[in-house]
Design a protein around this ligand. Structure first.
Ligand SMILES: C[S@@+](CC[C@H](N)C(=O)[O-])C[C@H]1O[C@@H](n2cnc3c(N)ncnc32)[C@H](O)[C@@H]1O
Length: 471
């Protein structure tokens, strides 16, 4: 049997957790016994988090902390009375799973959790769905669910002025869990509302709106959703006459699209619509296969990206950006050992396209941009297994990624940009989070390497005339 233990200095946490842990441990064992397949041995993060909420409601006695927490959670917004039909399935599924996890056999048994009826249970589920945050690693991979009644007071905008992150604060010893923080992405004026984004804002308006409606039950009227100005880079195609401008991508409602710069008309609207449809389907499939069958997922992204690119979509457009980002992570995950120049260069090209796309749709300092730039910078800084023989300057200018000293210089510049953005997105007080601190170390190491290289060149230059003078 596998076991996890608390560090000696985390005894306080262990004692605090104990009351709930006793119940959770039994519930997890019972759940695993009834699981139809090994992938379902552990309930979802949502069910586990809801289980903890219910056990904390069940906890009676003089412990005022639990009472306070329960009161705060009960004060959070619920949409029970106005649930969208599209979210019935999610709520029903969560209710069934929760009841099974808690081992509740009848509605009378709900009373011990402070709920008198299934209606109360739907309220709890709705509060949970409406107010939960994903817990993320320092590189923004979701690893769990969390409820913070205070942070849940913050409303949504697709153009947020703040973000919720979990940076490892500089004064926190590395063994402690990083805390949830709200970081301002720009100066926020007194009386100005603090707004975060609940969803992926790289998605086009229709998808953002449907996701907000389904999960949070409101229609967003933020400046980005209300904006009618110019094509949205999330759904745009390059000018068919390659004038440098872009055109709004065709949609089912409107297939007459013109370049905003030169007015040229997009002729292949149907082909673009088809490519977007196929791309969306492929992205869903590849995302589902990402961990189960990464080879197949990579095959899908490899085949689909050229189709969408040749239809004219810009790299910031949906679903091309999603495919490029997934492709990059699949390439990085499958880098061979020892690494080959070809695999490394492929990963760098994909990371560069991801960054180009993200820069067009996310504001400066957004944590996702910072992390993506750091990934690109780190890839560029990897020692080249077989650097290219020096080409002429004209040839070299056409080759990407560059090789040799130019590559080192680009790695350095990219990491500096990454650090500046990470300081914004994860907070200067947190030194840009764990990734910000790692990047700073990479920059220092590169400065030394570039310094050594420059010194080497200087030495060669100084020695060359003397050597040339030799008979
Ligand atoms: C996490 S809560 C935010 C706090 C909530 N407004 C409250 O008073 O408790 C999310 C809910 O707030 C509302 N909400 C958040 N942002 C909104 C927005 N931009 N426009 C309209 N309603 C919004 C929606 O009802 C949503 O389900």
């Amino acid at each position: 049997m596998k076991s996890v233990s608390y560090d000696s200095h985390l005894k306080v946490c262990q004692n605090k957790d104990w009351a709930i842990h006793k119940r959770e441990c039994t519930a997890l064992q019972e759940w695993a016994k009834a699981a139809p397949s090994p992938e379902l041995f552990v309930p979802s993060d949502a069910v586990r988090c809801l289980g903890r909420l219910m056990w904390s409601r069940q906890k009676k006695g003089p412990d005022s902390t639990w009472r306070l927490k329960t009161r705060e959670i009960d004060a959070m917004q619920s949409h029970r009375a106005s649930l969208q039909e599209s979210s019935f399935e999610l709520h029903t599924h969560l209710s069934h799973a929760l009841v099974r996890y808690l081992g509740i056999g009848s509605s009378e048994e709900l009373v011990q959790f402070g709920s008198s009826s299934p209606r109360d249970l739907v309220d709890i589920i709705s509060r949970f769905v409406t107010n939960t945050f994903s817990i993320t690693t320092p590189t923004l991979t979701p690893i769990g669910a969390s409820v913070s009644p205070t942070i849940a007071l913050i409303n949504h905008s697709c153009e947020p002025n703040a973000v919720v992150v979990f940076p490892r604060a500089s004064e926190t010893p590395s063994t402690h869990e990083p805390l949830m923080q709200v970081i301002a992405l720009r100066n926020i004026e007194p009386e100005e509302e603090i707004l975060t984004s609940y969803i992926d804002t790289t998605l086009p308006k229709a998808l953002r709106q449907s996701s907000l409606k389904e999960t949070y039950n409101f229609e967003c009227s933020c400046p980005l959703c209300a904006s009618m100005v110019g094509p949205d880079p999330r759904e745009s195609v390059f000018c068919p006459k390659t004038c440098g401008g872009t055109c709004p991508a065709p949609t089912d409602e409107s297939d007459v699209c013109r370049c905003v710069k030169c007015g040229a008309v997009v002729k292949n609207a149907d082909a673009i619509l088809d490519a977007v449809g196929v791309g969306q389907e492929g992205l869903d499939k590849a995302t589902a296969l990402q961990f189960k069958d990464p080879v197949k997922a990579k095959q899908l992204t490899t085949n689909l990206i050229p189709i969408l690119t040749s239809s004219g979509l810009t790299p910031s457009s949906h679903p091309l950006l999603g495919l490029i980002r997934l492709h990059q992570s699949l390439l990085v995950e499958s880098l061979p050992s020892p690494i080959t120049q070809e695999a490394l260069d492929d990963a760098i090209r994909a990371a560069t396209r991801s960054n180009t796309g993200l820069a067009a749709v996310l504001q400066y300092g957004h944590p996702v941009r910072g992390i993506a730039l750091a990934e690109l910078g780190k890839l560029l800084a990897v020692d080249e297994p077989t650097p290219r023989e020096s080409a002429t300057p004209a040839e070299a200018a056409l080759l990407y990624p560059p090789s040799g000293p130019s590559r080192l210089k680009l790695a350095y510049q990219t990491l500096v940009r990454a650090r500046n953005e990470l300081l914004v997105g994860f907070g200067t007080v947190n030194e840009g989070g764990q990734v910000g601190k790692d990047v700073r170390e990479n920059i220092v190491a590169l400065e030394k390497e570039i310094g050594v290289w420059k010194q080497g060149v200087k030495n060669v230059l100084e020695d060359t005339p003397k050597l040339a003078r030799k008979p």
